[in-house]
Write a protein that binds this ligand. Structure first.
Ligand code: F3S
Ligand code: F3S
Ligand code: ZN
Length: 104
Protein backbone atom coordinates (compact mmCIF):
# COMPACT_ATOMS: atom_id res chain seq x y z
CA UNK A 1 0.00 0.00 0.00
CA UNK A 2 1.29 3.47 -0.93
CA UNK A 3 1.62 6.46 1.37
CA UNK A 4 -1.73 8.16 2.06
CA UNK A 5 -1.71 11.33 -0.10
CA UNK A 6 -4.14 12.90 2.39
CA UNK A 7 -2.05 12.11 5.46
CA UNK A 8 -2.21 15.75 6.61
CA UNK A 9 -5.98 15.38 7.09
CA UNK A 10 -5.93 11.79 8.32
CA UNK A 11 -3.03 11.97 10.78
CA UNK A 12 -1.74 14.29 13.48
CA UNK A 13 1.74 15.64 14.11
CA UNK A 14 2.98 13.86 17.22
CA UNK A 15 6.57 15.11 17.39
CA UNK A 16 9.49 16.76 15.61
CA UNK A 17 12.58 14.97 14.36
CA UNK A 18 15.67 16.71 12.94
CA UNK A 19 13.53 19.79 12.29
CA UNK A 20 10.68 18.06 10.43
CA UNK A 21 7.26 16.86 11.52
CA UNK A 22 6.46 13.28 12.52
CA UNK A 23 2.87 12.22 11.71
CA UNK A 24 1.50 9.50 13.96
CA UNK A 25 0.56 7.04 15.10
CA UNK A 26 4.01 6.07 16.35
CA UNK A 27 4.67 2.95 18.42
CA UNK A 28 8.28 1.81 17.99
CA UNK A 29 9.72 -0.39 16.82
CA UNK A 30 6.82 -1.60 14.62
CA UNK A 31 4.87 1.60 13.93
CA UNK A 32 7.03 4.57 12.95
CA UNK A 33 4.65 6.97 11.17
CA UNK A 34 5.43 9.48 8.42
CA UNK A 35 8.50 11.74 8.59
CA UNK A 36 8.40 15.11 6.84
CA UNK A 37 5.66 17.28 5.37
CA UNK A 38 7.07 18.74 2.12
CA UNK A 39 8.96 15.51 1.51
CA UNK A 40 6.88 12.95 3.39
CA UNK A 41 8.25 9.41 3.81
CA UNK A 42 6.03 6.70 5.26
CA UNK A 43 8.50 4.78 7.39
CA UNK A 44 6.05 1.90 7.73
CA UNK A 45 6.18 1.36 3.93
CA UNK A 46 9.86 2.15 3.20
CA UNK A 47 11.90 -0.99 2.47
CA UNK A 48 15.26 0.85 2.33
CA UNK A 49 15.49 0.49 -1.44
CA UNK A 50 17.67 3.61 -1.60
CA UNK A 51 16.85 4.87 -5.09
CA UNK A 52 15.59 8.10 -3.50
CA UNK A 53 19.18 8.77 -2.39
CA UNK A 54 20.50 8.10 -5.91
CA UNK A 55 18.03 10.34 -7.75
CA UNK A 56 17.73 13.32 -5.40
CA UNK A 57 19.77 16.20 -6.84
CA UNK A 58 19.94 18.10 -3.53
CA UNK A 59 20.63 15.35 -0.95
CA UNK A 60 17.39 15.60 0.99
CA UNK A 61 17.71 12.17 2.59
CA UNK A 62 19.82 10.68 5.36
CA UNK A 63 19.61 7.08 6.60
CA UNK A 64 18.00 6.58 9.98
CA UNK A 65 18.49 3.23 11.71
CA UNK A 66 15.21 1.62 12.72
CA UNK A 67 16.11 -1.73 14.28
CA UNK A 68 13.18 -4.06 14.80
CA UNK A 69 10.96 -2.71 12.03
CA UNK A 70 9.54 -5.50 9.88
CA UNK A 71 9.92 -3.75 6.47
CA UNK A 72 13.55 -2.60 6.88
CA UNK A 73 16.03 -1.71 9.60
CA UNK A 74 16.82 1.72 8.14
CA UNK A 75 14.70 4.46 6.59
CA UNK A 76 15.13 7.40 4.22
CA UNK A 77 14.77 10.35 6.59
CA UNK A 78 13.98 13.66 4.79
CA UNK A 79 16.32 15.71 6.97
CA UNK A 80 16.82 18.40 4.32
CA UNK A 81 13.25 18.62 3.05
CA UNK A 82 13.54 22.42 2.91
CA UNK A 83 16.05 22.01 0.07
CA UNK A 84 13.66 20.02 -2.15
CA UNK A 85 13.26 21.46 -5.66
CA UNK A 86 10.16 19.32 -6.39
CA UNK A 87 11.69 17.32 -9.20
CA UNK A 88 9.51 14.40 -8.02
CA UNK A 89 12.17 11.84 -8.95
CA UNK A 90 12.02 10.19 -5.53
CA UNK A 91 8.23 10.00 -5.46
CA UNK A 92 8.13 8.56 -8.98
CA UNK A 93 10.88 6.00 -8.52
CA UNK A 94 10.36 4.63 -5.02
CA UNK A 95 9.31 1.02 -5.75
CA UNK A 96 6.84 0.90 -2.86
CA UNK A 97 5.45 4.46 -3.22
CA UNK A 98 6.51 5.44 0.28
CA UNK A 99 7.14 9.12 -0.65
CA UNK A 100 4.69 12.00 -1.22
CA UNK A 101 5.92 15.44 -2.27
CA UNK A 102 3.71 18.35 -1.23
CA UNK A 103 4.84 21.62 -2.76
CA UNK A 104 3.92 24.44 -0.36
FE1 F3S B 1 12.62 3.85 1.13
FE2 F3S B 1 11.54 4.19 -1.21
FE3 F3S B 1 13.68 5.53 -0.56
S1 F3S B 1 11.77 2.28 -0.17
S2 F3S B 1 14.77 4.20 0.84
S3 F3S B 1 11.69 5.68 0.41
S4 F3S B 1 13.23 4.66 -2.55
FE1 F3S C 1 14.87 15.32 -4.02
FE2 F3S C 1 12.55 14.14 -4.19
FE3 F3S C 1 12.67 16.73 -3.81
S1 F3S C 1 14.30 13.68 -5.38
S2 F3S C 1 14.50 17.32 -4.89
S3 F3S C 1 13.37 15.17 -2.41
S4 F3S C 1 11.22 15.69 -5.10
ZN1 ZN D 1 12.86 12.02 10.60
Amino acid sequence: MAIDPNFQSNRKVVSKHEGHDVWGPVEPPEVLGIHGTVVAVDFDICIADGICFDVCPVDVFKWLDTPGHSKSEKKADPVNEQDCIYCLACETQCPVEAIKIIQP
